[in-house]
Write a protein that binds this ligand. Structure first.
Ligand SMILES: Nc1ncnc2c1ncn2[C@@H]1O[C@H](COP(=O)(O)OP(=O)(O)O)[C@@H](O)[C@H]1O
Ligand SMILES: [Mg+2]
Length: 334
């Protein structure tokens, strides 16, 4: 296997308006192999966009470097950038132009032109499945269609490596499905290497050959999904939804010491999902157990005895969420 991307001690600090500094990325080392889908998985604010922006040459690192196909992004940016297509988180298209006009415009920006550009635009329209709507204005498109044009722009110059920064945020499930399929198709049919960022465990799980989990600017786990889940052992995860009830440390320690098979118990309190909504993410107690089925009844009994009301119970096999939980004590999901 050859390496498509390598980063070494990549760092970025931002200065805030009040003069303080934020260390957004704190020395990230990644190795992405040619032809794989590599996911950078982490919660909002973890440093995904900052990392991917440095690797794509849009943002200058405060330290370290990234190499694309062996070309340093800081010392040889032109050679490095030739290999890559960047699909940004924010959609960057001209709303009053058609899909075809947008693609042609961006193609010219990449230095393409004439017959080559025309036939490449045809190919890309075919790939993003918008041949029928190619002459319609972007501002008549759904969010999912705009995303597809955005992806098309990133593919025009036939990159070997494509970066996608949370490409499914804010779109409907059907469009999300399409985009996930597109990502796999880029790898399987076009042999394109993909660096994909997401805060959604399910997406990383479905897509990735390898995953790096990033939290507070540092990579806390890195490998194939099997390697990562072995990290947390072959333990099941019991998730007990408790609504708005509060669980103290004393009860958690009691669960760990009194219930055979349970190795660790964690509690995430209820949270308001966003400031402008009164939707609440319920409190959840999570316990890791070698055998979820046998540990569940005594756990329920103990919680019952402690006066807690259980709203729902789920037993999950080891997954990336469990890895994140085990490493940080926090849930990955929003
Ligand atoms: N231009 C900037 N100026 C100041 N802080 C920033 C800037 N960009 C990102 N940050 C901060 O850096 C951290 C990482 O941000 P980001 O890379 O966007 O995370 P993610 O993409 O994982 O959500 C966050 O704390 C964010 O507020
Ligand atoms: Mg981001």
């Amino acid at each position: 296997m050859s390496l498509m991307v390598k980063t070494q001690n990549l760092r970025k600090s931002f200065r805030r308006a009040d003069g303080s500094t934020v260390e957004a990325v704190k020395g990230v080392d990644l190795e992405i192999e040619t032809g794989e889908i590599f996911s950078l998985l982490g919660p909002n604010g973890a440093g995904k966009t900052t990392t991917i922006s440095m690797i794509s040459g849009l943002l200058e690192p405060s330290g370290g470097d990234a190499w694309i196909g062996g070309h340093s992004i800081s010392k040889d940016p032109i050679a490095a950038k030739k290999l890559m297509g960047f699909i940004p988180q924010e959609i960057a298209l001209y709303p009053e132009l058609s899909a075809r006009q947008n693609l042609s415009f961006f193609g010219k920006m990449y230095g393409m032109g004439g017959k080559d550009l025309k036939s490449r635009v045809d190919e890309v329209l075919e790939f993003i499945d918008l041949v029928d709507r190619q002459n319609d204005r972007i501002d008549t498109f759904s969010g999912g269609m705009k995303r597809r044009v955005n992806i098309g722009v990133g593919l025009l110059h036939r990159p070997q490596l494509v970066y996608m920064d949370e490409p499914t945020v804010g779109i409907d499930p059907q469009s999300r499905r399409r985009i996930l399929d597109t990502v796999k198709q880029l790898r399987d049919e076009y042999k394109i290497t993909i660096l994909y960022t997401t805060h959604l465990m399910e997406e990383a799980q479905e897509l990735s050959d390898r995953v790096a989990i990033i939290d507070h600017g540092s990579v806390i786990a890195n490998g194939t999904q099997d390697e990562l889940t072995q990290h947390v052992g072959e333990e099941d995860r019991l998730e007990i939804v408790l609504g708005s009830q509060v669980v103290g440390d004393e009860l958690l320690r009691r669960i760990e010491s009194q219930i055979p098979g349970i190795t660790k118990a964690l509690y995430a309190p209820a949270e308001q999902i966003s400031e402008d909504s009164d939707k609440i993410k319920p409190a959840v107690l999570t316990a890791f157990a070698r055998n979820g089925q046998t540990a569940l009844p005594p756990l329920i009994n103990l919680l019952d005895g402690a006066g807690l009301e259980i709203q729902a119970v789920e037993i999950r096999e080891p997954d990336l969420e469990a890895v994140f939980l085990a490493l940080t004590g926090r849930a990955l999901r929003d």
